[in-house]
Every structure is written in structure tokens, then in C-alpha cells.
Design a protein around this ligand. Structure first.
Ligand code: NAD
Length: 496
């Protein structure tokens, strides 16, 4: 059986730990490889390589760093279909969706190609007589990126193009469920001319994560995953004196007002609810039907959802399997619990059989109507192809429901009323808002991040937040003229 190892100092490394975890093809259920699980020594080797490389990389000219970024961008663009295939084989998402993931990551690389401009400081002449001040942004050092399974390429790319462009070095800890995309990216960096040790990959689980959080060599941590782990990572990393941004889970609501175009709302609910089998942090998992719109809306959503073909992501299907058998079984338990609590199963994905692949981790699109906020199918992040419909009478009830929710990643409203839309984006307590757009993922030059339990820390991902996260400011005050200025004066300077 093939073992998937680490990438440290520009080389594939198997490491000292003998612990491994199985990697499966979710469409067949077959174990395709074992992934190495780093011990403390393996993780330290990656941090040491990143520390050594930092001394030179931070002093490499911006011109040279930018040339490497541009080359990486070109290679990634040429070979993105190959990376998408690597993702589908371990994650299960369909080929077109995997390609979409790579493309969104590529956009961050393109944004980072403008790093010389993004790093420009500011200068003030004659702040005091003959005294000038300028500020610059400098890299932090080795930084860690800890990624979730659901975007094995895009999520690391939210962070590492800017981190590397700004002069930091990186240790990436991918999800143990789909570890190969990170190694593919590491090899591409090498081909693009990135010096050894600037980008390292350490495979593993909690052992590797804890060492990255505690190791004084790591200066900042970008984490994406479930809320419980995000909070843990934030607390432990900041207690160790590090800068931490920890993006957590989500429960995204889509409000449909009575004046909305119901066909486009139904299309949006289906695309955003069942795309990537609901395994997206920006997936819509709750449709909030306002006023008398529910029966008509649910009918249109169900009619569309029944046409979705679930199958192997390499076969042209619309929706793939879930990532593991354990996760599929957990999602089924939520559907069972929702039904037992009184939700009406409008479309049932349980028991779906896919021809020729009886052991795949299948679950078809599922729609639950009459869901109430006390049901676990509503309160918990399910992360599967399950759309819950909550019926409310008024716009105010819809907003109160969203604002009372512990998560605040994304939300959307469907309406033709500009005033209602404006009011919604003004008062809703969520970090990313769509107006007639179901998955409002900001472009790379804006920042990505949620509110409440969807993000711990102060900085969102990419955009100017990302540049600031991976740099620290230095302000330099200078005087060249009149060295005798003022003579001896022990008082605090009063600028003149
Ligand atoms: P997860 O929290 O299980 O794992 C995320 C990372 O943490 C992995 O690298 C994993 O190895 C590590 N990890 C797991 N348990 C740990 C522990 N006890 N101690 C230390 N590290 C641990 O998340 P997942 O299942 O891989 O990903 C899905 C979750 O990620 C969902 O909750 C989803 O909403 C969230 N997510 C959020 C965003 C966002 O932008 N907010 C984006 C993508 C995914």
C-alpha cells in the first residue's frame, strides 16, 4: 500500500513516526493509500526547515519573489485539471466543482502577484522640522496553515500566496482525509523556483497541530475547520503568543421574501445546498421561507433536486459522495433525528444506491420542511446534502432567526425590493452577505471571513486583511540635517 508522506526542505520525507491513517476514494469506498501521521520530531523538522529558509527568503528581492509567484500562477493555470483530479480522487467532489475550487485558489495567487504594491508602506516628509517618518511592512517568519478536508487546495491557497509573497515561510498541515493536493502544490512551487524550505507540508493529526501551536518557531497560524477545533486552536495558539486567525463552521440561511423570483431562488437553493454534497462552509443549509411563499418554493426546489444525478465525480455526475463512511452515517443520523422530531421529509436521499459502486459513501439530496429552530438538524452544522426549510411569517422573524444563530459565516436574501435588501445587509450579523447571490464568496481582493462562532481572531482571509495578517508594521523616524538640533534636552520631544 502506498504511503503519503511529508514534504520538508524541498524533498519528500517519510518521517520517523510509524503512525498512519487510511485515505479512501469516497466513490468506491476503497482504501487507496495510508497517510503518515507526523510525530513531534517530524513536525519540528518542518518548522526547522522553514526557520532556516526564512533568513534568505525574507531578504530575497520583491522582484524575484514576484517572479516566482507569477511562474507558480502560470504552472497552476496550465495544470489545474490535474490538481482537480487529485482532489476528486480523495475528496469525492465532482470534477467541475474541483476545478472551480482550484480556480478560486488561483485568484488568490493572482492577487498575490501584486505583492510589491500591496507591501508598499507610507512616508511623511517633515513631520517635525527636518524629521521624516516612513512605515514598512515586514514578514513574520515561519507561519503554519492548518486546513480542512473540504477544500484541500483552495483553503491553503487563501493563505500561502500572500504569506510567501510577503517573505514568510510556510508549514502546511493538510487534512488527513485528502492529503495529496498539498504535496502536488509543493512540487509545483519547487518547479516555479521557490527555494527549498520556504513551503513545507507536514501530514498529521492533533499531534502535529499541537506542536505547530506550541513551537516558538511558528509565528502565526491560519486555521480553517470546525468551530470546536477553531476555538481550541485560537486559544492554544494565542496563549503561546502567536497571531492566530481560526475560521470555523457555519449554518448559512437563505431568506426568500414573497416578492422574490421563485425560479431563480429555487435554482440558487439547489445549487448552494447540494453543490459539493453540501460539504462547503458557504453551503446554504437553511432556506427561510417568508410569508405565503413556502409551498410554492418548496415544490420548485424539490422538482429541481430530483433531477440531480449523484455518482462518481469522474463520471459526469452532478453530485459526488460524502468524504467518509463515518461522515455519511452521521449526516443520516441527523436526517433521522429531524424526521423523528417532526420535520417533513420532502425528498429522501437515504438509501441511495449508485450502480456499480455499492461501497461508495452515498447520500442523495434531502429536503426537510417544517424544520423548527429547536431541532438538531437546525442547530448543528450537518455538512451534507440536506436542505432544511424553516417557515416564518415576517422579514423581522427571518432576521432574528439568523442573528440568534451561533454561526455567522454567510447568508443570502432573495428579493426584488432594494429597500429590504439594503436593510438586510445592514442589520444581519453575518460576515458575508449575498443579495440574490446564494454563495457570496468574496473575490481574492476582498477579505473572506465570518462573524460569531465562524471566526476566532481579528483578521479575515486574503484581501488586505491577509496582507496585514502576514506582515507587521515598522515605523522609522529619521533626521539627517542639523545634527546639533535641539542640543541636550531630556524632556519628551515636542514636535516643532
Ligand atoms: P476539522 O475541524 O475536523 O479539521 C480541520 C483541521 O484540524 C484538520 O487539519 C484536522 O487534522 C485538524 N484537527 C482535527 N481535530 C483536531 C484536534 N482535536 N486537535 C487539533 N487539530 C485537529 O474540520 P474538517 O471536518 O476537516 O472540515 C470541515 C469543517 O471546516 C466544517 O465545520 C466547515 O464549516 C469548516 N470550514 C470552514 C470554512 C470557513 O471559511 N469558515 C471553510 C472551510 C471549511
Amino acid at each position: 500500500m502506498r504511503t503519503i508522506g511529508h514534504w520538508i526542505d524541498g524533498k519528500p520525507i517519510s518521517g520517523t513516526s510509524e503512525a498512519t491513517a487510511p485515505v479512501t476514494d469516497p466513490a468506491t469506498g476503497e482504501v487507496t493509500a495510508q497517510v503518515a501521521l507526523a510525530d513531534v520530531a517530524d513536525t519540528r523538522a518542518a518548522v526547522d526547515a522553514a526557520t532556516l529558509a526564512f533568513a534568505q527568503w525574507r531578504d530575497t528581492s520583491l522582484t524575484r519573489r514576484t517572479q516566482v509567484l507569477f511562474r507558480f500562477r502560470e504552472l497552476l493555470n496550465e495544470r489545474k485539471v490535474d490538481l482537480a483530479a487529485v482532489i476528486t480522487a480523495e475528496h469525492g467532489k465532482v470534477a467541475a466543482d474541483a476545478l472551480g475550487e482550484v480556480t478560486r485558489g488561483l485568484e488568490v495567487v493572482e492577487f498575490a502577484c501584486g505583492i510589491p504594491h500591496l507591501l508598499k508602506g507610507s512616508a511623511t516628509e517633515n513631520a517635525s522640522t527636518d524629521v521624516d517618518i516612513h512605515s514598512i511592512r515586514q514578514p513574520l517568519g515561519p507561519v503554519a496553515i492548518i486546513a480542512p478536508f473540504n477544500f484541500p487546495a483552495m483553503v491553503p491557497m487563501w493563505f500561502f500566496p500572500l504569506a510567501i509573497g510577503a517573505g514568510n515561510t510556510v508549514v502546511l498541515k493538510p487534512s488527513e482525509k485528502d492529503p495529496s493536493a498539498a504535496l502536488w502544490l509543493a512540487q509545483l512551487w519547487q518547479e516555479a523556483g521557490l527555494p527549498d524550505g520556504v513551503f513545507n507540508v507536514v501530514q498529521g493529526d492533533k499531534v502535529a497541530v499541537d506542536e505547530l501551536l506550541d513551537n516558538p518557531g511558528i509565528k502565526a497560524v491560519s486555521f480553517v475547520g470546525s468551530t470546536a477545533i477553531a476555538e481550541y486552536v485560537y486559544r492554544r495558539g494565542t496563549a503561546a503568543g502567536k497571531r492566530v486567525q481560526a475560521l470555523g463552521g457555519a449554518k448559512n440561511h437563505m431568506v426568500v421574501l414573497p416578492d422574490a423570483d421563485l425560479d431563480s431562488a429555487a435554482d440558487a437553493a439547489v445549487n448552494a445546498g447540494f453543490g459539493s454534497a453540501g460539504e462547503r462552509c458557504m453551503a446554504i443549509s437553511v432556506v427561510v421561507a417568508v410569508g405565503g411563499v413556502a409551498d410554492d418554493l418548496v415544490g420548485r426546489i424539490a422538482q429541481r433536486a430530483t433531477t440531480i444525478v449523484t455518482g462518481d465525480g469522474r463520471s459526469g455526475a452532478d453530485m459526488g459522495p460524502l468524504v467518509t463512511k463515518a461522515h455519511r452515517d452521521r449526516v443520516v443520523e441527523y436526517i433521522d433525528a429531524g424526521e423523528a422530531a417532526g420535520a417533513k421529509v420532502v425528498l429522501d436521499g437515504r438509501g441511495l444506491a449508485v450502480d456499480g459502486a455499492p461501497d461508495g459513501f452515498w447520500l442523495g439530496p434531502t429536503i426537510l420542511d417544517d424544520v423548527t429552530p429547536d431541532m438538531s438538524v437546525y442547530t448543528d452544522e450537518i455538512f451534507g446534502p440536506v436542505l432544511s426549510v424553516v417557515r416564518v411569517e415576517t422579514y423581522e422573524e427571518a432576521v432574528s432567526l439568523i442573528n440568534a444563530n451561533r454561526y455567522g459565516n454567510g447568508t443570502a436574501i432573495f428579493t426584488n425590493d432594494g429597500g429590504a435588501a439594503r436593510r438586510f445587509h445592514h442589520e444581519v450579523e453575518v460576515g458575508m452577505v449575498g443579495i440574490n447571490v446564494p454563495i457570496p464568496v468574496p473575490m481574492a481582493y476582498f477579505s473572506f471571513g465570518g462573524w460569531k462562532n465562524s471566526l476566532f481572531g481579528d483578521s479575515h482571509a486574503h484581501g488586505t486583511d491577509g496582507v496585514h495578517f502576514f506582515t507587521r508594521t515598522k515605523a522609522v523616524t529619521t533626521r539627517w540635517l542639523d545634527p546639533s538640533h535641539g542640543g541636550l534636552e531630556l524632556g519628551f520631544p515636542q514636535n516643532t
